[in-house]
Structures are given as C-alpha cells and as structure tokens.
Design a protein around this ligand. Structure first.
Ligand SMILES: [Zn+2]
Length: 314
C-alpha cells in the first residue's frame, strides 16, 4: 500500500495460456466491437447486450491458476483495507446493522471470493452462520486456520451447496474475473432462499474514471474478463430471476491520481449521480407465492445513512 492509502489492483500478465475468441459471456452473441487494448488483453463491447468483455480470453481453468502464492500475499497484505472497503459498500447498500450495531442475527451468509475471511469472521462474531468460497488455496487455508471460519477452497460450482440454503450471498470484486457470469448468478439464485439477498460489488465501466481514463483505467486489466455498468449488471441478475433493489456507486478519482481537493470534490460528486468507479448491487430472490415478504431472521436492509464517509471510498 502506498502512503496515500491507494491499493494497487492485483493483475498478472498471462503466461502459458491459450486465449480463444468467444461469444459474449452474457447473451451469447458473436457480434462485438473493439473497445480497449491493454498489455495482455483486448476488451470488446457486445453490440447486443452492451456488456464489455475480454476477447480473446483464456479458459476459467487457466485463469484460476493465476491465483496462487503471489495472490495470497497480495490479499494478506491488503486484507484490512479490503475489509474496510467492503464494510463501506455494505453500509451504502443498507446492510449495516450487523456491522455497526452488533445486533445479533441468525441468517446464513455466504461470501464467494472471501479471500482470507475477514468479513466472515466479523459476521460470525455478530451471530451469523458463515460460509466462504475461495479459489486461491493459500488464502482459503489461511482464513480457515487463523479465523476458524469454514472456507471451501475451490469454485462456487465445486462447493455444490444445497438449494435454498443462504440468507445472503455476497461476492465482492469477483464477478469481473469470471468467464461465465450468467452461470455464476444462476447458481447463486439456486442456493439463496426465496426472499434472500444477493450483494455484488464490481468495477463500474460506466463511471467517470472509466470514461476519462480509457485504457489507463485501473480496472482495465488482464485479470478482468467482464466489465459491467449499472444497466448491464442489473440485466445480468434479473435474467437469473433476481429483483434489483438498489445500486450504489462510489469513487470519483483514484487516490494519488490527482490533487487531494479534486479527489474530495469528485468523490462527493459521483455518488449521488451514480457514476462512481465501483458499484454495489443489492438484489433479492423474490419470496414465493403464499409466503410473506421475507422477514424474521433478525435483519433488514435499510436506507443508507444520509451522511456517508466519502473519504474512504475510492
Ligand atoms: Zn451480449
């Protein structure tokens, strides 16, 4: 981490992989146009559903090999910072009672891409049953051993959870790394209870920074396979059956990318307009007919507080 608190975005440059041209990972259309070219990757935009994706790209199996020892060290070094950012995103989306107020809850919370398990540990301390999934074996083992939280080392698919198990499913900065975001969201829909919640955090290619910086945007990196904006992310989760409840964005200027006063102005500006650099989406699997709106497991999502700590978001 640098002095100004900026965290370098981890990225590898692909080595022994065999990237292939693929149809759009969201709608399957083969009609896409060049958008960005960076070292080790080319991004195209689907002419049909407008999602941005790497093309050609490596297979998920090849991509998963990128998350080894070096990735674990990066995650470990930055875990407190990432945890703090996740807390702020969860505040923004209204999931704060159990973060802030130590109210006890009894739901089951799944964190996919949980890294070293800091969020899981804090939720477990607040009464949640927790479960993690992490493809980086070193991170998964470290989290399970040092924090005592259950973490499946592997993918969501290989965890093969039973249907309708989780109250909340959460994935922060994960979906942009996946070759099959549709299958991923469908699997989350299967394992969340009717009336339960989905929370996704991912870079916003519709944000101010992406527009201004183009190929120098910090999220235009070889490890990101698919890049969403509010509209395309909403479309993705709704196709799987979720109902979008809210989307919040934050981050006007990356820390260190300009004078501090400018960052403060832009960070405040982008939030109400919804053109921040990162977005968090809250969606819900609709309750089933005959059931009441889901309630009673000890938590609710609330309107985010009026006063938001802008300074910590970038
Ligand atoms: Zn498409």
């Amino acid at each position: 981490m640098s002095d100004d608190g900026a965290v370098r975005t981890f990225s590898t440059v692909p080595g022994n992989e065999s990237p292939e041209r693929m149809p759009c990972p969201v709608c399957g259309t083969k009609d896409s146009s060049l958008l960005l070219r960076i070292p080790g990757a080319v991004f195209e935009r689907c002419r049909s559903c407008k999602v941005v994706f790497q093309n050609p790209r490596s297979s998920q199996e090849e991509l998963n090999q990128r998350y080894g020892r070096e990735y674990f060290e990066y995650e470990l070094e930055n875990e407190s910072q990432f945890y703090r950012l996740m807390q702020l995103a969860l505040h923004d989306i209204g999931f704060f009672p159990h973060i802030d107020r130590r109210e006890s809850a009894s739901g089951e919370f799944l964190d996919v891409g949980c890294a070293t398990g800091m969020l899981l540990e804090s939720l477990a301390d607040r009464g949640w049953s927790v479960q993690g999934v992490e493809v980086c074996r070193e991170s998964a083992e470290y989290g399970a051993q040092t924090r005592g939280v259950p973490i499946h080392a592997g993918t969501l698919e290989s965890a093969a959870f039973s249907a309708r198990r989780f109250t909340v499913v959460h994935a922060s900065h994960l979906i942009e790394h996946l070759t099959d975001p549709v299958g991923f969201v469908e699997e989350l829909y299967r394992i969340v209870i009717p009336g339960g919640y989905l929370i996704l955090t991912t870079p916003n290619i519709g944000g101010l920074q992406a527009r201004l910086l183009g190929e120098r945007w910090r999220s235009a990196i070889a490890d990101h396979i698919v890049l969403f904006r509010k509209y395309t992310l909403k479309q993705l989760v709704e196709r799987a059956g979720f109902r979008t409840e809210r989307i919040k964005t934050w981050g006007g200027l990356a820390a260190g990318a300009g004078p501090r006063f400018l960052k403060e102005i832009l960070d405040r500006l982008v939030k109400p307009v919804g053109i921040g650099d990162v977005m968090v989406l809250l969606a819900r699997r609709p309750p089933e007919e005959g059931e009441n709106e889901y309630a009673g497991r000890g938590f609710t999502f609330r309107n985010a507080r009026r006063r938001v700590r802008f300074e910590a978001h970038r």
